[in-house]
Design a protein. Structure first.
Length: 129
């Protein structure tokens, strides 16, 4: 049974405390908090919100093998898991742009059929039987 809004208000920023008090999962507490409009998840969080220069710096430092992912996380204020996603290209894929002076062109040729520019004069319309 869902607790009242006043019962949940002390746990607005303490989901783990609410799980212990009410003996339910974190997901259940979040659902209750959402119901009463008390749940406010973090915004602008995650690797997609990081600037490309920071992503590139993390990848560069990780390639040197001087830092562990945990140390990089502490240095940039991220979790080890987030650093792992960035380094392994799970959340941030490397930009493969070739630059302005590239002569390489990548694409598809969609011309599969020949197009007629003149009407077919031999056609007398559909054949009806």
């Amino acid at each position: 049974m869902r607790p009242t809004k006043t019962d949940l208000q002390p746990y607005e920023n303490d989901i783990k405390g609410a799980t212990q008090t009410f003996h339910v999962t974190e997901q259940t507490v979040r659902r209750w908090l959402k119901h009463y409009n008390l749940y406010h998840p973090r915004t602008n969080y995650g690797p997609k919100h990081l600037h490309k220069s920071i992503i590139n710096e993390i990848k560069k430092l990780a390639r040197t093998d001087k830092y562990t992912q945990k140390e990089l996380g502490s240095k940039f204020g991220l979790t080890q898991a987030m650093i792992g996603r960035i380094v392994n290209g799970i959340s941030h894929h490397t930009d493969l742009s070739l630059g302005v002076n590239s002569d390489l062109q990548i694409g598809y040729n969609y011309q599969c059929f020949e197009t007629k520019t003149e009407p077919d004069t031999n056609s007398h319309g559909p054949i009806l039987s």
